[in-house]
Design a protein around this ligand. Structure first.
Ligand code: PLP
Length: 375
């Protein structure tokens, strides 16, 4: 498909393909005429938002005639208190995706390089390329590794050179679910030159804590070049509102704020995120549903003879050992939406989000039926 304006686009943009999100249930129902479909494709919280966030949303609705507080002062103060950092260390984003793009816009040029891992989160290649910068992609751990397809920090370190401005790490990583432990991550931080910005994307941190995944915010004072990204989209159940944030040295935050759009988080987003921070009961319920669901999916998928990667998130990456196209289509016809990861060059894998107990059973039963049909 030719585009008549392609030659006018910035060099990085010419080679980009748009991000393909998980299929919305409404679209599936329109396309295939199925009803009561379930979506386990985008790592959303199956419990949705908590009661406190919902109440704050309702209370905020009449205020949407006004611009939001452009500095997001109230939410930033609460986030800062939560992590025991200064308010000037918090940068808000329209989702943490926005934060990642602010970071690449701030630090990358066509002369500079960013290092990330093969199978690292899909937004990294997009954001680096949109900045027309050079991507240095480190080979992932091999399949037989305890963290198969996960980040190989030694391989990443080896790609850091004089032109490197940025290293992007997701811990745990999406789509693999794999994670890095405290000692190896700390050793890596110590080994990276002080003039290379290291982004630790902790979108799944609340889920990952119980798997021994470290909280990188404790290293912020020690490593001024460290940026930690967090989001309200996953465990806090607010994916549709788009709120995320970066924690960093105040001087990094100052630079990010120079490129940040003044009103990048909405009035409802600011209000609901603030309230969600205090809803520990909802977070605990979320973690319990996930703990049980992750174990159930692991057992159920393994019993079907499928390979399941270790996961510290709210999803699993499942290896079918053959191209998943027909299986995915058959699941869609049964109203079950999961996530093909061909965009990661993983044509044999599906990423499956942990759902409610009923959704997990529906996925497992549907998959068993599909496989029994010889699809
Ligand atoms: C989901 C996700 C994000 C970003 O989500 P937002 O909704 O933009 O906050 C960031 N990093 C990883 C690894 C993710 O999986």
């Amino acid at each position: 498909m030719s585009n008549r304006f392609l030659h006018l686009a910035a060099p990085g943009v010419r080679g980009l393909a748009p991000y393909v999100p998980g299929k919305p249930p409404e679209q599936l129902e329109r396309e295939l005429g199925v009803r009561d479909s379930i979506k386990l494709a985008s790592n959303e919280n199956p419990l949705g938002p908590g009661p406190r966030a919902l109440a704050a949303l309702a209370a905020a609705a009449p205020g949407v005639g006004m611009y939001p507080d452009g500095s997001g002062h109230e939410l930033r103060s609460r986030i800062a208190a939560r992590h025991a950092v200064g308010t000037e260390q918090v940068t808000l984003g329209n989702g943490s995706n926005d934060v990642l793009v602010l970071i690449t816009e701030t630090f990358l040029t066509p002369e500079h390089e960013a290092v990330y891992s093969q199978y690292g989160f899909a937004v990294y290649p997009l954001a680096v390329q949109a900045a027309s910068a050079v991507a240095r992609v480190a080979a992932a751990n091999p399949a037989g590794h305890p963290m198969p397809l996960g980040h190989d920090l030694a391989a990443m370190r080896a790609l850091i050179g004089p032109r490197t401005r940025l290293v992007l790490i997701a811990n745990p990583n999406n789509p693999t679910g794999t994670w890095l432990g405290e000692a190896e991550l700390l050793g890596f931080l110590q080994s990276v030159p002080a003039d290379v910005i290291i982004v630790l994307d902790e979108a799944y941190h609340d889920y990952a804590l119980e798997h021994g995944c470290p909280d990188a915010t404790k290293w912020l004072a020690r490593f001024p070049n460290l940026v930690v990204a967090r989001t309200f989209s996953k465990a806090y159940g607010l994916a549709g509102l788009r709120v995320g944030y970066a924690l960093s040295h105040p001087d990094v935050a100052d630079l990010l704020n120079r490129v940040r759009q003044p009103f990048n988080v909405s009035v409802p987003g600011l209000a609901a995120a603030s309230a969600a921070l205090d809803d520990t009961a909802h977070l605990q319920a979320t973690l319990e549903v996930n703990r049980a669901g992750l174990a159930r999916l692991h057992t159920g998928l393994t019993a079907l003879g499928l390979g399941v990667l270790p996961s510290a998130g709210n999803f699993v990456l499942c290896d079918f050992g053959r191209p998943i196209g027909p299986i995915n289509q058959a699941l869609l016809r049964r109203g079950v939406i999961v996530r093909p990861v061909g965009n990661y060059a993983l044509p044999n894998h599906l990423r499956i989000t942990v759902g409610t107990p009923a959704q997990n059973e529906r996925l497992l039963t549907s998959l068993a039926a599909v496989l029994a049909e010889g699809v």
